[in-house]
Design a protein around this ligand. Structure first.
Ligand code: ZN
Length: 286
């Protein structure tokens, strides 16, 4: 802890002294009710102190001081002090199988890499375009047969709750058409709105794959390949998002301007050079 807190013992000792003084004054005064109350206070405080001496201080300390300061790290960046959370820790219990929840907990870059690896496992060539979280195409997939070479444009949306509307679907279709790609696939960990499903329905070269469907595709891979992908992608920190501009892991920040209770958000490590921020997924903001 960077800051020194008064310990439980310090406070209790002070109070004990204060009450002892009152007790003496009460005795002089001859007020028996006051005396009784004060002797009870002294007894309670003595018991409290004893418990702490016995090493039971942990629960008292965390309940009494409210905010858990060990969660924050005090850092000075660019002269202005700011609070940052420690980087999210990887779950102690590593997932043993692919689930929708696991897919939804992945950050956008790891999800793109997973999608690319999936196509590679299916024997295709797949490359990340590196266009960031909002580019038109995230993965370029090429299938090569003796007859023909086909180019598939893949856009990924690693969203946990928000549905994918028609806008990114139209964008993907636009890039596909402009580049004369043979096919376009939008893969999300979430679901699609009615609008986007209706839009894609009449375009045979456009496919929308939601979280459940992508999971089903993953489950169709041979067991050893599924396991290999699992080992590859959950080994490190797969949850903390990467900066779309710098492709490095972001850090949790809390604006001081917005008050202490302001919601934490993801900021770039290269701040103030890079001012990219990102909203936290609901479960990350805890
Ligand atoms: Zn950045």
């Amino acid at each position: 802890m960077a800051r020194r807190q008064p310990t439980q013992a310090n406070v209790a000792t002070g109070l004990l002294g204060f009450f002892a003084l009152l007790f003496v004054l009460g005795a002089i005064d001859g007020n028996y009710i006051l005396k009784l109350l004060l002797s009870m206070s002294v007894a309670v405080l003595a018991a409290f102190l004893l418990l702490e001496r016995l090493g039971n201080s942990h629960s008292f300390t965390s309940t009494n001081w409210g905010a858990d300061d060990s969660k924050y790290r005090y850092s000075a960046s660019g002269g202005k002090p700011s609070y940052t959370f420690h980087q999210q820790t990887v779950d102690e219990t590593a997932p043993a199988v692919w689930t929708l929840k696991l897919l939804q907990s992945m950050e956008w870059l790891v999800f793109e890499q997973l999608v690319a690896s999936y196509f590679k496992m299916r024997g295709m060539k797949a490359e990340l375009t590196g266009s960031g979280a909002d580019g038109g195409v995230d993965v370029k997939v090429t299938t090569q047969t003796t007859q023909a070479k086909r180019q598939i444009y893949v856009q990924c949306k690693a969203w946990s709750k928000q549905m994918v509307g028609v806008k990114p679907v139209r964008e993907l279709y636009g890039v596909m058409m402009a580049d004369k790609a043979d096919m376009g696939i939008l893969i999300t960990t979430s679901t699609f709105t009615e609008d986007s499903l209706r839009f894609a329905k009449n375009i045979p070269s456009l496919r929308l794959i939601n979280g459940e469907q992508f999971l089903a595709l993953m489950k169709k891979l041979p067991a050893d390949q599924q396991q290999a992908l699992l080992t590859q992608f959950i080994r490190g920190d797969y949850k903390t998002p990467s900066c779309p501009k710098c492709s490095i892991k972001m850090v949790s920040r809390r604006s001081q301007k917005r008050g202490f209770d302001a919601k934490p958000f993801w900021g770039c490590r290269n701040f103030p050079r890079c001012r990219q921020t990102m909203q936290m997924k609901r479960d990350q903001a805890a």
